[in-house]
Ligand binder design. Structure first.
Ligand SMILES: [Zn+2]
Length: 96
């Protein structure tokens, strides 16, 4: 059920994104990426700075951690066709 939008899921998201480790590593991930999108498209890095945000490579709900290895910086385009997270929805579709 990848698009679970229930209140319980939203509460879980709030816990996930309020996690001190996530907050700390999110800043490190952005620093590591030079503030630019890390999405690779055909081996070429996107490098956009357009509304970047930090994404979990493996979703926390699927056992992903807040470790730097599981975080990447994506711009709004690389996050998916909708560009940005809409209210209550999970992160956009996987970068691909
Ligand atoms: Zn991008």
């Amino acid at each position: 059920m990848p698009w679970d939008n229930s209140p319980a899921k939203r509460a879980q998201d709030a816990r996930v994104y309020g996690d001190p480790e996530y907050k700390r590593n999110r800043a490190l991930a952005i620093h590591r990426a030079g503030g630019r999108c890390e999405h690779l498209d055909g081996g070429k890095r996107c490098n956009s700075r357009d509304r970047i945000s930090v994404d979990h490579i493996k979703a926390v709900s699927q056992g992903g951690t807040h470790h730097l290895d599981n975080l990447r910086v994506l711009c709004r385009h690389s996050r998916g066709p909708n560009g940005e997270r809409t209210q209550g929805s999970r992160k956009a579709a996987r970068c691909r």
